[in-house]
Design a protein around this ligand. Structure first.
Ligand code: ZN
Length: 260
């Protein structure tokens, strides 16, 4: 009883500090989120997706937003594949454990063109298990390629992974998976981004949000319908670092899933 009461006080006391704090950046380089007193978030019972909206005022969209991601997708059909063009290139990469996921930072130069607007690829990262589900089924892993236009709009391409043959394209990343959050990045020699995607470019499209705090809306979501494969030991290697870093599916609400 006492413990419950104390933790309630702690939450109330933290909110004003959260309002005044100018630094809401994730604890890159930090040792453990659980010991932080700021608005850190994670996937544990005390800081997980169900609580994100209460952890900090700037995270309110996580609880109150009406166009949130991820969502459950319906198998079959596809949005117009001609509406999106991939301009992905060979690049050097830096691999980083940022405390929430493994993130890969390529050189600038790769992009997608969506309805005539160019969105530059900024980074890509992974969720274990998948965030989007297909007919209610969760897959082992999902990759998010995050792009931004000159106007500041975001477009995220989601690629699902199922268990199967090893993924050789991602081997340079997987051979450098940093087990602990660290400020320094591990740089791998190169990656052919063009071969990172499934050959079938059918997709779902919808309007959603970031799947992590602050759950910002207005994100153009493109999820490719064809999953890639990854070997069980590759999936397990990521799972050993992040056993559970996915947000559960959110209501579709008034939105329309564009699947042709
Ligand atoms: Zn993501």
């Amino acid at each position: 009883m006492k413990r419950v009461l104390l933790s309630g006080i702690a939450i109330v006391a933290l909110v004003p500090f959260g309002c005044q704090s100018a630094d809401h950046s994730p604890p890159v380089g930090g040792k453990s989120e659980s010991q932080h007193t700021g608005p850190s978030w994670g996937y544990q019972p005390h800081n997980g997706p169900a609580l994100w909206g209460t952890l900090d005022p700037t995270f309110s969209k996580c609880a109150l937003g009406k166009e949130q991601s991820p969502i459950d997708l319906t198998a079959g059909g596809s949005a117009d594949p001609l509406a999106i063009e991939f301009d992905y290139r060979q690049t050097r990469i830096a691999v980083e454990n940022n405390g929430h996921t493994i993130q890969v930072n390529p050189d600038l130069g790769s992009a997608i063109v969506l309805n005539g607007v160019r969105f530059d690829l900024l980074q890509f990262h992974f969720h274990h298990g998948s965030e989007h589900t297909v007919d209610g089924n969760q897959l082992p892993l999902e990759m998010h390629l995050v792009h931004r236009s000159d106007g500041g709009s975001l477009a995220v391409v989601g690629v699902l992974f199922e268990e199967g043959p090893a993924n050789d394209t991602l081997a340079p990343v997987w051979s450098h998976l940093p087990p602990e959050p660290a400020a320094s990045h591990v740089v791998a020699s190169g990656l052919d981004l063009a071969s990172l995607l499934p050959t079938t470019r059918t997709m779902w499209r919808y309007r959603g949000s970031l799947t992590t705090p602050p759950c910002t809306e207005g994100v153009n979501w493109i999820v490719l319908t064809e999953p890639l494969t990854m070997a069980p030991d590759q999936i397990a290697a990521f799972g050993a670092i992040y056993p559970n870093n996915f947000r559960p599916v959110q209501p579709l609400g008034e939105r329309v899933l564009d699947c042709g």
